[in-house]
Design a binder for this molecule. Sequence first.
Ligand SMILES: C[S@@+](CC[C@H](N)C(=O)[O-])C[C@H]1O[C@@H](n2cnc3c(N)ncnc32)[C@H](O)[C@@H]1O
Length: 369
Amino acid sequence: MRHGGWWNGAALALTTCTHNERLKCKRRAFNALIVAYRNQRIGQSSVPLPSFLDEAHRLHSFAPPFRFSAFFSPEDTLLCACASESALRRLKESNSERSYTRIAELTTGSGLVGFHLLQCDDRNRLIGLDVDCRATEVAERNAKVLRLDRRAWFECADLWSESTLDTLAAYDPDLIVCNPPYVPEPRTEMLELEAGAGMDGTAHLIRAIELASAIRPDAMTLSWCSLSDPQKVVQSAADAGYSLRSLFIVAIADGEYSGTVRDHLVALPHAYINESRETIAAVAPDGSARFAYLLMAGDFMRDESEHRHDADVVLSIQRLCERFRASGLSALLNPEMTIPTNTWLLDRWGELDLRVILHGRDTYRKRAG
Ligand SMILES: C[S@@+](CC[C@H](N)C(=O)[O-])C[C@H]1O[C@@H](n2cnc3c(N)ncnc32)[C@H](O)[C@@H]1O
């Protein structure tokens, strides 16, 4: 039969319904279709990378009534949460006397990453800054929803303003976290303040590193991607005295109609995408992608020792990105990095699942009756 086992499962769910349960059964059958079809599809995947959905348990406390601000996308936020957890663990290992960790989340948005770190240890404290005052209002409301408002403060602040530096200096964080905008801006078109990230996508990241260099927290977590000059980010952090200790990478799809974004990116010397058929089939089995690229996040520690290996790390990131550009996802199966590196795949179904965890299920249930 054309549809195979998943179709039979859904049909069975429908025919076993009583008349009164018809509506409920239709919904159950629909869910059975989705789950069974997805399982069948995962079974067919030719690239044996772990699914990033394996890490999605971190998002479960951020379902409604938790709210999001503009420019939110779950995958980079979740990746930043993974890297931040690692930084937190490393901080604790480096100083077991530390009673709690003061966290500063720059470009905080809804505050999700900072809240996750507060949930990791109920002694931790958070300050979250964002240039979008609507975002800090949302974050303040979220803090109340999660009952974390006694340990979390939010301020509307631009990364580039002097007062931000003063606020951070007064707070004296142990850990700075920053998941900012990082997509390179087209030459012809300056994006809005809160969305633009400069010609190579690194403007906010370099500013976050400058702030860390002035404030000197023990650790820093940054998020960036293979489009935003990965070597430059890691080298700039190293120049400021922060060594990358572990790296987190997710391969995802990018879709656009016109192809002009793709043309812009391939013209940049340090933007890495892959357009091979096998890679696109893995990240977007429905064909809804033009290319794949890599989301990246890293945990960095302040390191003033003489025996640092930053140059090797930068070189290994460059090689990994070049191998990804040349041969696609197979580069992630064996990343050949000099530091611990976690790699995952998030396909279109996975993107949808993340959205459903965060925005959907309850809302859908309420609407469907
Ligand atoms: C991609 S969102 C990420 C939000 C949050 N970090 C997360 O992981 O969900 C980027 C955030 O950066 C903020 N932002 C952009 N430019 C900024 C600036 N100059 N200073 C402070 N925040 C900024 C935006 O308002 C937006 O909330």
